[in-house]
Write a protein that binds this ligand. Structure first.
Ligand code: FAD
Ligand code: SF4
Length: 472
Protein backbone atom coordinates (compact mmCIF):
# COMPACT_ATOMS: atom_id res chain seq x y z
CA UNK A 1 0.00 0.00 0.00
CA UNK A 2 2.79 2.39 1.02
CA UNK A 3 4.48 1.43 -2.21
CA UNK A 4 1.43 2.48 -4.27
CA UNK A 5 1.34 5.88 -2.58
CA UNK A 6 5.02 6.37 -3.24
CA UNK A 7 4.55 5.52 -6.91
CA UNK A 8 1.62 7.94 -7.16
CA UNK A 9 3.76 10.73 -5.75
CA UNK A 10 6.56 10.37 -8.24
CA UNK A 11 4.43 10.02 -11.38
CA UNK A 12 5.47 12.78 -13.80
CA UNK A 13 2.98 15.42 -14.94
CA UNK A 14 0.79 14.55 -17.87
CA UNK A 15 2.31 16.50 -20.73
CA UNK A 16 0.08 18.94 -22.61
CA UNK A 17 0.33 18.80 -26.40
CA UNK A 18 1.64 21.95 -28.04
CA UNK A 19 2.59 23.17 -31.49
CA UNK A 20 6.21 22.43 -32.40
CA UNK A 21 8.43 25.54 -32.01
CA UNK A 22 9.39 25.72 -35.70
CA UNK A 23 5.71 25.60 -36.69
CA UNK A 24 4.26 27.93 -34.08
CA UNK A 25 6.79 30.71 -34.67
CA UNK A 26 5.15 31.15 -38.08
CA UNK A 27 1.55 31.47 -36.87
CA UNK A 28 -0.55 33.22 -34.21
CA UNK A 29 -2.52 30.15 -33.18
CA UNK A 30 -2.45 29.03 -29.57
CA UNK A 31 0.86 27.41 -28.60
CA UNK A 32 -0.52 24.96 -26.05
CA UNK A 33 -3.37 22.75 -27.18
CA UNK A 34 -5.01 21.66 -23.92
CA UNK A 35 -5.79 18.27 -22.38
CA UNK A 36 -8.40 15.83 -23.61
CA UNK A 37 -10.57 13.94 -21.09
CA UNK A 38 -8.13 11.01 -20.69
CA UNK A 39 -5.15 13.32 -20.12
CA UNK A 40 -7.15 15.45 -17.67
CA UNK A 41 -8.28 12.42 -15.65
CA UNK A 42 -4.72 11.05 -15.59
CA UNK A 43 -3.43 14.40 -14.31
CA UNK A 44 -6.29 14.77 -11.80
CA UNK A 45 -5.45 11.31 -10.47
CA UNK A 46 -2.01 12.59 -9.44
CA UNK A 47 -3.74 14.81 -6.85
CA UNK A 48 -3.38 13.37 -3.34
CA UNK A 49 -6.62 15.04 -2.11
CA UNK A 50 -4.70 16.38 0.89
CA UNK A 51 -6.61 16.96 4.11
CA UNK A 52 -5.15 20.48 4.28
CA UNK A 53 -4.81 21.60 0.65
CA UNK A 54 -2.04 24.23 0.64
CA UNK A 55 -2.73 24.91 -3.05
CA UNK A 56 -6.02 26.63 -2.11
CA UNK A 57 -4.21 29.11 0.13
CA UNK A 58 -1.74 29.65 -2.72
CA UNK A 59 -4.51 30.85 -5.05
CA UNK A 60 -5.34 34.57 -4.63
CA UNK A 61 -9.09 33.83 -4.97
CA UNK A 62 -8.94 30.49 -3.11
CA UNK A 63 -10.40 28.32 -5.87
CA UNK A 64 -11.70 25.11 -4.33
CA UNK A 65 -8.98 23.14 -6.09
CA UNK A 66 -9.31 19.90 -4.16
CA UNK A 67 -13.04 19.62 -4.94
CA UNK A 68 -12.84 20.55 -8.59
CA UNK A 69 -10.01 18.08 -9.16
CA UNK A 70 -12.01 15.35 -7.40
CA UNK A 71 -14.85 16.00 -9.87
CA UNK A 72 -12.42 15.74 -12.79
CA UNK A 73 -11.25 12.39 -11.40
CA UNK A 74 -14.92 11.35 -11.58
CA UNK A 75 -15.28 12.87 -15.09
CA UNK A 76 -18.00 15.17 -13.75
CA UNK A 77 -17.18 18.39 -15.60
CA UNK A 78 -20.41 20.20 -14.65
CA UNK A 79 -19.67 19.86 -10.92
CA UNK A 80 -16.01 20.74 -11.50
CA UNK A 81 -17.05 23.96 -13.29
CA UNK A 82 -19.46 24.88 -10.53
CA UNK A 83 -16.78 24.32 -7.88
CA UNK A 84 -14.35 26.63 -9.70
CA UNK A 85 -16.96 29.28 -10.45
CA UNK A 86 -17.77 29.68 -6.75
CA UNK A 87 -14.74 32.02 -6.59
CA UNK A 88 -13.29 32.46 -10.09
CA UNK A 89 -15.41 33.76 -12.95
CA UNK A 90 -12.72 33.52 -15.67
CA UNK A 91 -11.23 30.01 -15.37
CA UNK A 92 -10.43 29.62 -19.08
CA UNK A 93 -8.34 32.79 -18.83
CA UNK A 94 -6.70 32.02 -15.47
CA UNK A 95 -5.91 28.44 -16.46
CA UNK A 96 -3.89 29.89 -19.33
CA UNK A 97 -2.21 33.00 -17.92
CA UNK A 98 -1.95 32.74 -14.11
CA UNK A 99 1.63 32.49 -12.83
CA UNK A 100 0.69 29.15 -11.27
CA UNK A 101 4.27 28.32 -10.31
CA UNK A 102 4.16 31.14 -7.73
CA UNK A 103 0.56 30.54 -6.69
CA UNK A 104 -1.53 27.36 -6.46
CA UNK A 105 1.03 25.01 -8.02
CA UNK A 106 3.87 26.59 -6.06
CA UNK A 107 2.10 25.48 -2.88
CA UNK A 108 1.21 21.94 -4.06
CA UNK A 109 2.79 19.34 -1.81
CA UNK A 110 3.81 17.15 -4.77
CA UNK A 111 6.12 19.95 -5.88
CA UNK A 112 8.39 19.26 -2.88
CA UNK A 113 9.55 15.93 -4.31
CA UNK A 114 8.63 16.20 -7.97
CA UNK A 115 6.28 18.15 -10.18
CA UNK A 116 3.12 19.76 -8.73
CA UNK A 117 -0.32 18.84 -10.05
CA UNK A 118 -0.98 20.84 -13.25
CA UNK A 119 -3.81 22.82 -11.63
CA UNK A 120 -3.89 25.55 -14.28
CA UNK A 121 -4.11 23.05 -17.14
CA UNK A 122 -6.96 21.24 -15.37
CA UNK A 123 -8.80 24.50 -14.74
CA UNK A 124 -8.45 25.37 -18.42
CA UNK A 125 -9.68 21.90 -19.42
CA UNK A 126 -12.80 22.21 -17.27
CA UNK A 127 -13.62 25.71 -18.56
CA UNK A 128 -13.02 24.78 -22.21
CA UNK A 129 -15.03 21.56 -21.95
CA UNK A 130 -18.02 22.86 -19.99
CA UNK A 131 -20.92 23.83 -22.26
CA UNK A 132 -23.22 26.25 -20.42
CA UNK A 133 -26.99 26.15 -20.96
CA UNK A 134 -27.25 29.93 -20.70
CA UNK A 135 -25.42 33.13 -19.74
CA UNK A 136 -26.32 32.80 -16.05
CA UNK A 137 -24.65 29.38 -15.87
CA UNK A 138 -21.68 30.55 -17.94
CA UNK A 139 -21.03 33.58 -15.71
CA UNK A 140 -21.85 32.20 -12.27
CA UNK A 141 -21.92 28.40 -12.52
CA UNK A 142 -25.45 28.63 -11.05
CA UNK A 143 -28.57 27.26 -12.71
CA UNK A 144 -30.72 30.31 -11.98
CA UNK A 145 -30.05 34.03 -11.62
CA UNK A 146 -32.52 36.74 -10.55
CA UNK A 147 -33.91 39.06 -13.24
CA UNK A 148 -31.80 42.16 -13.78
CA UNK A 149 -33.38 45.23 -12.12
CA UNK A 150 -33.13 48.42 -14.18
CA UNK A 151 -33.51 50.61 -11.06
CA UNK A 152 -30.28 49.30 -9.52
CA UNK A 153 -27.51 50.54 -11.80
CA UNK A 154 -23.75 50.23 -11.36
CA UNK A 155 -21.11 51.64 -13.74
CA UNK A 156 -17.66 50.18 -14.45
CA UNK A 157 -15.02 52.42 -16.01
CA UNK A 158 -12.61 50.22 -17.96
CA UNK A 159 -13.36 46.68 -19.11
CA UNK A 160 -10.34 44.59 -18.09
CA UNK A 161 -10.53 41.51 -15.84
CA UNK A 162 -11.37 43.55 -12.72
CA UNK A 163 -14.42 45.16 -14.36
CA UNK A 164 -15.42 41.92 -16.12
CA UNK A 165 -15.52 40.26 -12.70
CA UNK A 166 -17.60 43.06 -11.19
CA UNK A 167 -20.03 42.85 -14.13
CA UNK A 168 -20.37 39.05 -13.95
CA UNK A 169 -20.89 39.08 -10.19
CA UNK A 170 -23.41 41.92 -10.03
CA UNK A 171 -25.41 41.08 -13.16
CA UNK A 172 -25.93 37.52 -11.96
CA UNK A 173 -27.21 38.97 -8.67
CA UNK A 174 -29.81 41.02 -10.57
CA UNK A 175 -28.01 44.39 -10.69
CA UNK A 176 -27.80 46.30 -13.96
CA UNK A 177 -24.19 46.99 -15.00
CA UNK A 178 -22.95 49.43 -17.66
CA UNK A 179 -19.30 49.39 -18.73
CA UNK A 180 -17.50 52.39 -20.19
CA UNK A 181 -14.34 51.49 -22.13
CA UNK A 182 -11.97 53.96 -23.80
CA UNK A 183 -10.88 51.60 -26.60
CA UNK A 184 -13.09 50.27 -29.38
CA UNK A 185 -13.12 46.73 -27.96
CA UNK A 186 -13.80 45.57 -24.39
CA UNK A 187 -11.54 43.17 -22.49
CA UNK A 188 -8.58 45.33 -21.39
CA UNK A 189 -5.16 43.71 -21.52
CA UNK A 190 -6.81 40.34 -22.22
CA UNK A 191 -7.68 41.72 -25.65
CA UNK A 192 -5.13 44.42 -26.46
CA UNK A 193 -2.07 43.10 -24.60
CA UNK A 194 -1.80 39.33 -24.22
CA UNK A 195 -1.29 37.87 -27.70
CA UNK A 196 -3.61 35.42 -29.44
CA UNK A 197 -1.00 32.63 -29.27
CA UNK A 198 -1.20 32.67 -25.45
CA UNK A 199 -4.83 33.64 -24.94
CA UNK A 200 -7.16 33.26 -27.94
CA UNK A 201 -9.51 36.23 -28.28
CA UNK A 202 -12.43 33.78 -28.65
CA UNK A 203 -12.07 32.90 -24.94
CA UNK A 204 -12.53 36.54 -23.94
CA UNK A 205 -15.32 37.05 -26.52
CA UNK A 206 -17.21 34.12 -24.98
CA UNK A 207 -17.20 35.89 -21.61
CA UNK A 208 -18.14 39.26 -23.10
CA UNK A 209 -20.99 37.72 -25.11
CA UNK A 210 -22.33 36.07 -21.96
CA UNK A 211 -22.22 39.44 -20.17
CA UNK A 212 -24.13 41.06 -23.03
CA UNK A 213 -26.69 38.27 -22.93
CA UNK A 214 -27.02 38.98 -19.24
CA UNK A 215 -28.00 42.57 -20.02
CA UNK A 216 -24.64 44.14 -19.23
CA UNK A 217 -24.42 47.27 -21.36
CA UNK A 218 -21.00 47.70 -22.95
CA UNK A 219 -20.12 51.19 -24.20
CA UNK A 220 -16.86 51.41 -26.14
CA UNK A 221 -15.01 54.60 -27.21
CA UNK A 222 -16.00 56.21 -23.88
CA UNK A 223 -13.12 57.80 -22.00
CA UNK A 224 -13.79 58.12 -18.28
CA UNK A 225 -12.78 61.64 -17.27
CA UNK A 226 -13.42 63.00 -20.78
CA UNK A 227 -16.57 61.55 -22.37
CA UNK A 228 -18.09 60.85 -18.98
CA UNK A 229 -17.09 61.75 -15.41
CA UNK A 230 -17.74 59.93 -12.17
CA UNK A 231 -20.15 62.69 -11.11
CA UNK A 232 -22.02 62.43 -14.48
CA UNK A 233 -22.60 58.75 -13.72
CA UNK A 234 -24.08 59.46 -10.28
CA UNK A 235 -26.21 62.23 -11.87
CA UNK A 236 -27.48 59.64 -14.36
CA UNK A 237 -28.71 57.47 -11.50
CA UNK A 238 -25.85 54.99 -11.06
CA UNK A 239 -25.72 53.89 -7.42
CA UNK A 240 -22.04 52.93 -7.44
CA UNK A 241 -19.04 53.31 -9.74
CA UNK A 242 -16.17 50.83 -10.11
CA UNK A 243 -12.88 52.15 -11.49
CA UNK A 244 -10.88 49.44 -13.26
CA UNK A 245 -8.80 51.45 -15.71
CA UNK A 246 -5.56 49.46 -15.33
CA UNK A 247 -2.05 50.87 -15.49
CA UNK A 248 -1.48 51.12 -19.21
CA UNK A 249 0.68 54.23 -19.48
CA UNK A 250 4.01 53.04 -20.89
CA UNK A 251 7.31 53.97 -19.24
CA UNK A 252 10.14 55.04 -21.52
CA UNK A 253 13.88 54.85 -21.07
CA UNK A 254 14.42 58.59 -21.70
CA UNK A 255 17.46 57.84 -23.86
CA UNK A 256 18.68 59.90 -26.81
CA UNK A 257 17.04 58.85 -30.08
CA UNK A 258 13.88 57.41 -28.47
CA UNK A 259 11.80 59.29 -31.09
CA UNK A 260 13.34 57.55 -34.10
CA UNK A 261 10.93 55.73 -36.40
CA UNK A 262 11.12 52.12 -35.30
CA UNK A 263 11.05 52.64 -31.53
CA UNK A 264 7.77 51.55 -29.96
CA UNK A 265 6.53 51.09 -26.43
CA UNK A 266 5.42 47.47 -25.91
CA UNK A 267 1.95 48.80 -25.20
CA UNK A 268 1.69 50.51 -28.60
CA UNK A 269 3.30 47.60 -30.45
CA UNK A 270 1.07 44.92 -28.92
CA UNK A 271 -2.06 47.08 -29.25
CA UNK A 272 -1.38 47.65 -32.97
CA UNK A 273 -0.88 43.94 -33.53
CA UNK A 274 -3.72 42.70 -31.31
CA UNK A 275 -6.44 45.33 -31.64
CA UNK A 276 -5.49 46.37 -35.17
CA UNK A 277 -5.23 42.69 -36.09
CA UNK A 278 -1.86 43.22 -37.77
CA UNK A 279 -1.36 39.46 -37.29
CA UNK A 280 -4.12 38.87 -39.83
CA UNK A 281 -2.38 40.33 -42.92
CA UNK A 282 -3.60 40.82 -45.69
CA UNK A 283 -7.14 40.68 -44.21
CA UNK A 284 -6.15 43.62 -41.99
CA UNK A 285 -3.41 45.89 -43.32
CA UNK A 286 -2.55 47.58 -40.00
CA UNK A 287 0.33 50.04 -39.99
CA UNK A 288 2.99 48.40 -37.83
CA UNK A 289 6.73 48.19 -38.41
CA UNK A 290 7.53 44.52 -38.72
CA UNK A 291 11.29 44.74 -38.27
CA UNK A 292 14.05 42.56 -39.68
CA UNK A 293 16.37 42.68 -36.69
CA UNK A 294 14.24 43.35 -33.64
CA UNK A 295 15.44 44.23 -30.15
CA UNK A 296 13.17 44.06 -27.12
CA UNK A 297 14.27 46.02 -24.07
CA UNK A 298 13.12 44.42 -20.79
CA UNK A 299 12.66 40.86 -19.58
CA UNK A 300 9.18 40.52 -18.10
CA UNK A 301 6.11 38.79 -19.54
CA UNK A 302 5.34 41.81 -21.69
CA UNK A 303 8.83 41.66 -23.21
CA UNK A 304 8.39 37.93 -23.98
CA UNK A 305 5.03 38.64 -25.63
CA UNK A 306 6.55 41.42 -27.76
CA UNK A 307 9.54 39.27 -28.78
CA UNK A 308 7.42 36.27 -29.74
CA UNK A 309 5.00 38.52 -31.63
CA UNK A 310 7.88 40.02 -33.65
CA UNK A 311 9.05 36.52 -34.62
CA UNK A 312 5.56 35.68 -35.85
CA UNK A 313 5.42 38.88 -37.89
CA UNK A 314 8.45 37.61 -39.81
CA UNK A 315 11.54 39.10 -38.11
CA UNK A 316 14.80 37.37 -39.05
CA UNK A 317 16.25 37.89 -35.61
CA UNK A 318 14.72 38.88 -32.27
CA UNK A 319 16.93 39.70 -29.29
CA UNK A 320 15.97 40.50 -25.72
CA UNK A 321 18.41 43.04 -24.30
CA UNK A 322 18.52 42.85 -20.50
CA UNK A 323 20.85 44.38 -17.95
CA UNK A 324 20.90 41.41 -15.56
CA UNK A 325 21.22 37.64 -16.21
CA UNK A 326 18.62 35.02 -17.18
CA UNK A 327 18.21 34.07 -13.53
CA UNK A 328 16.88 37.53 -12.65
CA UNK A 329 14.51 37.79 -15.63
CA UNK A 330 11.06 38.54 -14.14
CA UNK A 331 9.03 36.74 -16.85
CA UNK A 332 7.38 33.41 -16.09
CA UNK A 333 9.75 30.47 -16.61
CA UNK A 334 7.32 28.92 -19.09
CA UNK A 335 7.26 32.09 -21.21
CA UNK A 336 11.07 32.31 -21.28
CA UNK A 337 11.27 28.62 -22.18
CA UNK A 338 8.75 29.01 -25.02
CA UNK A 339 10.49 32.15 -26.33
CA UNK A 340 13.90 30.47 -26.39
CA UNK A 341 12.48 27.36 -28.05
CA UNK A 342 11.05 29.57 -30.78
CA UNK A 343 14.44 31.18 -31.44
CA UNK A 344 14.35 34.42 -29.42
CA UNK A 345 17.93 35.32 -28.45
CA UNK A 346 19.16 36.85 -25.20
CA UNK A 347 21.77 39.57 -24.94
CA UNK A 348 22.30 39.65 -21.18
CA UNK A 349 24.22 42.01 -18.89
CA UNK A 350 23.60 44.67 -21.53
CA UNK A 351 21.98 48.05 -20.93
CA UNK A 352 20.96 50.35 -23.83
CA UNK A 353 22.35 53.89 -23.65
CA UNK A 354 21.28 55.39 -27.00
CA UNK A 355 19.10 54.70 -30.03
CA UNK A 356 20.99 55.28 -33.28
CA UNK A 357 19.23 56.56 -36.40
CA UNK A 358 19.95 57.19 -40.06
CA UNK A 359 19.63 60.53 -41.88
CA UNK A 360 15.89 59.91 -42.48
CA UNK A 361 15.15 59.40 -38.79
CA UNK A 362 14.80 55.61 -39.01
CA UNK A 363 16.22 53.45 -36.25
CA UNK A 364 19.35 51.60 -37.35
CA UNK A 365 20.98 50.51 -34.12
CA UNK A 366 21.30 50.52 -30.39
CA UNK A 367 24.31 51.61 -28.36
CA UNK A 368 24.73 49.32 -25.38
CA UNK A 369 26.74 49.33 -22.15
CA UNK A 370 28.11 45.98 -20.92
CA UNK A 371 27.19 45.32 -17.27
CA UNK A 372 28.22 43.02 -14.44
CA UNK A 373 26.32 42.04 -11.30
CA UNK A 374 27.17 43.85 -8.07
CA UNK A 375 25.63 43.82 -4.58
CA UNK A 376 21.90 43.02 -4.12
CA UNK A 377 19.53 46.04 -4.33
CA UNK A 378 16.24 46.68 -2.44
CA UNK A 379 14.48 44.00 -4.50
CA UNK A 380 17.03 41.41 -3.33
CA UNK A 381 18.34 40.98 -6.89
CA UNK A 382 21.99 41.73 -7.62
CA UNK A 383 22.38 45.24 -8.97
CA UNK A 384 23.74 45.60 -12.52
CA UNK A 385 26.88 47.76 -12.59
CA UNK A 386 28.43 49.18 -15.80
CA UNK A 387 31.84 47.85 -16.87
CA UNK A 388 33.65 51.05 -17.64
CA UNK A 389 34.67 51.51 -21.27
CA UNK A 390 32.89 48.35 -22.44
CA UNK A 391 30.23 49.53 -24.92
CA UNK A 392 29.06 48.07 -28.23
CA UNK A 393 26.41 48.48 -30.92
CA UNK A 394 23.59 46.18 -32.00
CA UNK A 395 22.07 46.52 -35.45
CA UNK A 396 18.29 46.88 -35.13
CA UNK A 397 15.46 48.41 -37.18
CA UNK A 398 12.71 47.86 -34.56
CA UNK A 399 13.14 48.31 -30.82
CA UNK A 400 10.30 47.59 -28.42
CA UNK A 401 10.55 49.11 -24.95
CA UNK A 402 9.01 46.88 -22.28
CA UNK A 403 10.22 48.33 -18.99
CA UNK A 404 6.92 48.75 -17.18
CA UNK A 405 3.88 50.98 -17.05
CA UNK A 406 2.24 53.51 -14.77
CA UNK A 407 -1.26 54.90 -14.11
CA UNK A 408 -3.00 56.82 -16.88
CA UNK A 409 -3.95 60.23 -15.42
CA UNK A 410 -7.02 61.15 -17.51
CA UNK A 411 -9.68 59.83 -15.14
CA UNK A 412 -7.66 60.53 -12.00
CA UNK A 413 -7.10 64.18 -12.92
CA UNK A 414 -10.80 64.59 -13.69
CA UNK A 415 -11.71 63.17 -10.25
CA UNK A 416 -9.75 65.40 -7.86
CA UNK A 417 -11.37 64.00 -4.70
CA UNK A 418 -9.97 60.54 -5.42
CA UNK A 419 -7.24 59.73 -2.87
CA UNK A 420 -4.00 58.52 -4.48
CA UNK A 421 -0.89 56.97 -2.96
CA UNK A 422 2.63 58.32 -3.43
CA UNK A 423 3.06 56.37 -6.67
CA UNK A 424 -0.11 57.89 -8.14
CA UNK A 425 -2.31 54.78 -7.81
CA UNK A 426 -5.80 54.88 -6.31
CA UNK A 427 -6.03 54.25 -2.57
CA UNK A 428 -8.77 51.88 -1.42
CA UNK A 429 -10.06 50.21 1.70
CA UNK A 430 -8.49 46.74 1.52
CA UNK A 431 -11.63 44.95 2.70
CA UNK A 432 -14.16 46.64 0.44
CA UNK A 433 -12.24 48.28 -2.38
CA UNK A 434 -13.97 51.59 -1.65
CA UNK A 435 -12.01 54.75 -2.52
CA UNK A 436 -11.96 58.07 -0.66
CA UNK A 437 -15.25 58.92 -2.47
CA UNK A 438 -18.29 57.12 -1.02
CA UNK A 439 -19.71 54.43 -3.34
CA UNK A 440 -16.79 54.77 -5.75
CA UNK A 441 -14.73 51.58 -5.77
CA UNK A 442 -11.50 50.67 -7.55
CA UNK A 443 -9.45 47.55 -8.17
CA UNK A 444 -6.87 45.88 -10.37
CA UNK A 445 -3.72 47.50 -11.72
CA UNK A 446 -4.94 51.07 -11.04
CA UNK A 447 -4.71 50.21 -7.34
CA UNK A 448 -1.77 47.79 -7.19
CA UNK A 449 0.32 48.91 -10.17
CA UNK A 450 0.97 46.37 -12.94
CA UNK A 451 0.16 42.98 -11.39
CA UNK A 452 -1.78 39.90 -12.54
CA UNK A 453 -5.15 38.95 -13.98
CA UNK A 454 -6.17 36.94 -10.94
CA UNK A 455 -5.29 39.75 -8.50
CA UNK A 456 -7.38 42.16 -10.59
CA UNK A 457 -10.25 39.66 -10.55
CA UNK A 458 -9.93 39.15 -6.79
CA UNK A 459 -10.16 42.92 -6.29
CA UNK A 460 -13.18 43.13 -8.60
CA UNK A 461 -14.90 40.39 -6.65
CA UNK A 462 -14.28 42.06 -3.28
CA UNK A 463 -15.70 45.35 -4.53
CA UNK A 464 -18.68 43.67 -6.22
CA UNK A 465 -19.56 41.80 -3.02
CA UNK A 466 -19.59 45.06 -1.08
CA UNK A 467 -21.66 46.85 -3.74
CA UNK A 468 -24.19 43.99 -3.76
CA UNK A 469 -24.36 44.09 0.04
CA UNK A 470 -25.19 47.80 -0.05
CA UNK A 471 -27.69 47.65 -2.91
CA UNK A 472 -29.64 44.46 -2.29
P1 FAD B 1 -6.67 46.25 -17.66
O1 FAD B 1 -6.68 44.86 -18.14
O2 FAD B 1 -5.46 47.07 -17.87
O3 FAD B 1 -7.91 46.99 -18.35
C1 FAD B 1 -8.15 48.36 -18.14
C2 FAD B 1 -9.08 48.86 -19.22
O4 FAD B 1 -9.47 50.19 -18.90
C3 FAD B 1 -8.43 48.95 -20.60
O5 FAD B 1 -9.25 48.33 -21.54
C4 FAD B 1 -8.28 50.44 -20.85
O6 FAD B 1 -8.43 50.76 -22.23
C5 FAD B 1 -9.45 50.98 -20.07
N1 FAD B 1 -9.27 52.38 -19.67
C6 FAD B 1 -8.15 53.01 -19.25
N2 FAD B 1 -8.43 54.30 -18.96
C7 FAD B 1 -9.75 54.47 -19.21
C8 FAD B 1 -10.63 55.57 -19.10
N3 FAD B 1 -10.21 56.77 -18.66
N4 FAD B 1 -11.93 55.39 -19.45
C9 FAD B 1 -12.39 54.19 -19.89
N5 FAD B 1 -11.58 53.11 -20.01
C10 FAD B 1 -10.30 53.25 -19.66
N6 FAD B 1 -1.10 38.88 -16.00
C11 FAD B 1 -1.16 37.55 -15.73
O7 FAD B 1 -1.72 37.17 -14.72
N7 FAD B 1 -0.59 36.65 -16.58
C12 FAD B 1 -0.01 37.00 -17.75
O8 FAD B 1 0.47 36.15 -18.48
C13 FAD B 1 0.03 38.38 -18.08
N8 FAD B 1 0.56 38.79 -19.25
C14 FAD B 1 0.51 40.11 -19.58
C15 FAD B 1 0.97 40.50 -20.83
C16 FAD B 1 0.90 41.83 -21.21
C17 FAD B 1 1.37 42.22 -22.58
C18 FAD B 1 0.41 42.81 -20.29
C19 FAD B 1 0.37 44.27 -20.68
C20 FAD B 1 -0.03 42.42 -19.04
C21 FAD B 1 0.00 41.08 -18.68
N9 FAD B 1 -0.49 40.65 -17.44
C22 FAD B 1 -0.53 39.31 -17.16
C23 FAD B 1 -1.04 41.61 -16.46
C24 FAD B 1 -2.57 41.62 -16.49
O9 FAD B 1 -3.03 41.59 -17.80
C25 FAD B 1 -3.10 42.83 -15.74
O10 FAD B 1 -2.63 42.76 -14.41
C26 FAD B 1 -4.63 42.87 -15.73
O11 FAD B 1 -5.14 42.87 -17.04
C27 FAD B 1 -5.14 44.11 -14.98
O12 FAD B 1 -6.54 44.14 -15.09
P2 FAD B 1 -7.35 45.49 -14.87
O13 FAD B 1 -8.79 45.12 -14.88
O14 FAD B 1 -6.83 46.22 -13.71
O15 FAD B 1 -7.04 46.42 -16.13
FE1 SF4 C 1 -4.21 28.55 -9.74
FE2 SF4 C 1 -4.90 30.85 -10.95
FE3 SF4 C 1 -6.62 28.81 -10.87
FE4 SF4 C 1 -6.05 30.15 -8.63
S1 SF4 C 1 -7.09 30.94 -10.43
S2 SF4 C 1 -6.20 27.89 -8.88
S3 SF4 C 1 -3.86 30.63 -8.95
S4 SF4 C 1 -4.66 28.82 -11.92
Amino acid sequence: MADTKKKKQILPRTPMPEQAPEVRRTNFEEVTLGYDMEMAVAEANRCLQCKKPFCVAGCPVEVNIKDFIKHVQERDIVSAYKAIMATNSLPAVCGRVCPQENQCEGACILGKKGEPVAIGRLERFVADTFAADDACQELSGKDECPLVREDLKVACIGSGPSSLTVAAYLSTKGIKVSMFEALHEPGGVLIYGIPEFRLPKSIVHREINALKEHEVEINTNWVGGRTVTVQDLFDQGYKAVFIGVGAGLPRFLKLPGENFIGVYSANEYLTRVNLGRAYDFPEHDTPVIRGRKVTVLGAGNVAMDAARTALRLGAEEVTIVYRRTQEEMPARKEEIHHALEEGVQLNLLASPTEFLGDEKGNLRGLKVQRMQLGEPDDSGRRRPVPIEGDTFEIETDLSVIAVGTGPNKILLDATPDLGLNKWGYVQVDEETGETSIPNVFAGGDIVTGAATVILAMGAGRRAAKEIAKRLL
